[in-house]
Design a protein around this ligand. Structure first.
Ligand code: GTP
Ligand code: SPV
Ligand code: MN
Length: 603
């Protein structure tokens, strides 16, 4: 398709305005074909952006600029008309002011580059839960990643041209090329010129200056969470930072579970885990985002709006996450900021075999024993190095993963990185208590966003950086979901795989062993497994959790499964301060939940 084939005057006007402002050398409308993908990858090999791997097959390696390695929360803005609608957890900017700033930045920003028009669907093209978008970008890296992560198709553009609504996404790396100026492998703009902006009322995203992950692949966090959360609020559904998995017991009975963990806190790993428990099976529907609606029978159904995995590479191995490794090994992958081995393969920290030599993510020679000036080991891969792979290649992709109707959800899990206080698993007393658990979730920060790592912060529902409106109203939306007439509500659990001993060792082996917790949850949903009610919720009774063969000491088991009253009482003032931020938009129900928790702890 070419620009001349388009008939929709609004669509044409929007495209033309951006073309006129950005002044690219050429415009290319993407069709999502393999041919197009191969052509762009070859072009990037020639330009020095990509290196082709010898293995896995048809895979590429890409190293970003060292200043452009993760999401930039400090440069991310919600430009709602009223400041109060963005709420205390978002950076707000007046939309008029932001548009003026962006106009200045975008003027001529694509000089020397091609503007790609990417028509994409979030979710199976024909699903009633799916939504469409168009991303304009001057980054071929973004085009090929979007081709894996979303469904790019001419059919989508045809439907948009006929009037189907879509989210307008505009992206530039913010690095125009003067005539004759040579390009760099990873063009981007300096930090103070990066802007990841959202206009919730007009369903628009405009992103400038970064080429990395959620800053640039606009279907992901910008659309599928920040804009979609606003659409979900307005239309009565849910857009959540959740994996979706299918859990099957030894009898062959299956349940679907969705789990919200903050960035780099274990969603991809849990979604495709290989259970250590015999006879149990986990299959994946999605590893990062869930869109959910009630069907006419009151059953909550979820789709994965994405089509690929943009997974954290470090820590991924045949031992920790064999199914992610096997997905990558099938080829068609893009590795960003990993190391390259001397025989043309890929390497990152935590992979099974450490090479004697490699080229690190900053293109420097690397050896395992190398230390920096402070004596710290030099990492071969960036801690937020990622693989992009098609979901359909995953050996444990569930057969239902593209079902347009979605899969029925039986349980929600919340979780995060907590070295202390939070037990291995805790069942909410009811929906409202579950919403309280989600609203008071906290987790240690990770390398998925630029900033400090390991700092404890409240991250309600793992949505702190992703909720496109006032978080107090978002809590209210969750409470409202609980009151939908005839709704079959999922049971809610709070899990923590990241407990540590006072000496700093992991208390829980995690990964495939997390199946022991999934088993308990499966059986609780069926009303079978035993629990004891404590001040913080329902915890597994002493023998309800299957810990056979783990070799966990009694002392550690106690730590993992206890209600640490003292620890929780210490957190109460922090929870109060956290809630105070939301002012009068904090639902009273949550205030009552907090008071009730305090009373139970003091009882
Ligand atoms: P995003 O893609 O950023 O949203 O991350 P995610 O939530 O999908 O996290 P992912 O599964 O990629 O895990 C992030 C890091 O945590 C990896 O280095 C994993 O190896 C590690 N990890 C995952 N699950 C566990 C676990 O059960 N225990 C421990 N100790 N580490 C884990
Ligand atoms: C996250 O940070 O939660 C991710 C990676 O899933 S990104 O696409 O960069 O948002
Ligand atoms: Mn994520």
């Amino acid at each position: 398709m070419t620009l001349n084939d388009l008939k929709n005057p609004e669509l044409k006007k929007w495209l033309q305005e951006w073309i006129d402002l950005c002044t690219p050398d050429a415009v290319h409308i993407c069709d999502g074909s393999q041919e197009e993908y191969d052509k762009l990858c070859n072009m990037m090999v020639k330009s020095g952006t990509f290196i082709k791997h010898d293995k896995p097959r048809n895979s590429y390696n890409c190293r970003s600029d060292i200043s452009d390695v993760a999401r930039v929360e400090g440069r991310t803005f919600i430009c709602s008309r009223r400041e109060a609608d963005a709420g205390p957890t978002n950076n707000w900017c007046n939309p008029k002011e932001m548009r003026t700033t962006l106009k200045g930045l975008f003027k001529g920003c694509m000089q020397g580059r091609t503007l790609y028009v990417i028509p994409f669907s979030m979710g199976p093209v024909d699903s009633p839960i799916a939504k469409y978008g168009i991303e304009l970008t001057d980054s071929p890296y973004v085009v090929v990643n979007m081709a894996i992560m979303t469904r790019v198709a001419t059919e989508v553009l045809k439907r948009i041209d006929k009037g189907t609504e879509f989210v307008r996404c505009v992206h530039s790396v913010g690095a125009p090329l003067a005539p004759g100026q040579a390009d760099v492998p990873w063009p981007c703009a300096p930090m103070d010129k990066k802007y990841i902006t959202h206009f919730p009322e007009t369903r628009e995203i405009i992103s400038f200056g970064s080429g990395y992950g959620g800053n640039a692949l606009l279907g992901k966090k910008c659309f599928a969470l920040r804009i979609a959360s606003v659409q979900a609020r307005d239309e009565g559904w849910m857009a959540e930072h959740m994996l979706i998995l299918k859990l099957t017991n030894p009898k062959g009975e299956s349940k679907f579970i969705a789990a919200a963990f903050p960035s780099a806190c274990g969603k991809t790993n849990l979604a495709m885990m290989r259970p250590s428990l015999k006879g149990w099976k986990v299959e994946v529907i999605g590893d990062d985002i869930a869109w959910m609606q009630f069907d006419k029978n009151g059953q909550l159904r979820a789709i994965n709006p994405e089509a690929g995995f943009f997974g954290v590479a470090p820590g991924t191995s045949m031992k920790s996450n064999p199914n992610a490794m096997l997905t990558c090994n099938r080829g068609n992958a893009i590795f960003t900021n990993t190391a390259i081995t001397m025989d043309g393969g890929v390497y990152w920290e935590g992979m099974d075999k450490v090479p004697e030599e490699a080229v690190d993510w900053q293109r420097r020679p690397w050896k395992p024993d190398m230390k920096d000036a402070d004596g710290k080991a030099i990492k071969a891969a960036h801690p937020n190095a990622r693989f992009t792979v098609p979901a359909r290649q995953c050996p444990v992709i569930a057969k239902e993963w593209e079902d347009p109707a979605g899969v029925p959800i039986s349980a929600f899990l919340f979780g995060g990185r907590r070295a202390s206080v939070v037990p291995l698993v805790n069942e909410a007393l009811d929906w409202e208590h579950g919403v309280f658990l989600g609203a008071t979730m906290a987790s240690e920060t990770t390398a998925a966003a630029v900033g400090g790592v390991g700092l404890l912060r409240f991250d309600p529902f793992a949505m702190l950086p992703f909720c496109g409106y006032h978080m107090g109203d978002y809590f209210g939306h969750w409470l409202k979901i609980g009151k939908v007439n005839g709704a079959k509500l999922p049971k809610i659990y709070y899990v923590n795989w990241f407990r540590k001993t006072p000496e700093g060792e992991w208390l829980w082996p995690g990964f495939g062993e997390n199946s022991r917790v999934l088993k308990w949850i499966f059986e609780r949903v069926d009303g079978k497994a035993e629990a004891r009610t404590t001040a913080i919720g329902n915890l597994p009774t002493d023998d309800a959790l299957d810990l056979k063969g783990l070799g966990i000491s009694e002392e550690h088991k106690q730590m993992l499964l206890e209600c640490d009253k003292e620890g929780w009482l210490k957190v109460i003032p922090e929870m109060k301060a956290h809630f105070a931020k939301f002012g009068n938009r904090l639902p009273k129900t949550l205030v009552r939940q907090l008071e009730a928790l305090e009373a139970r702890l003091n009882a």
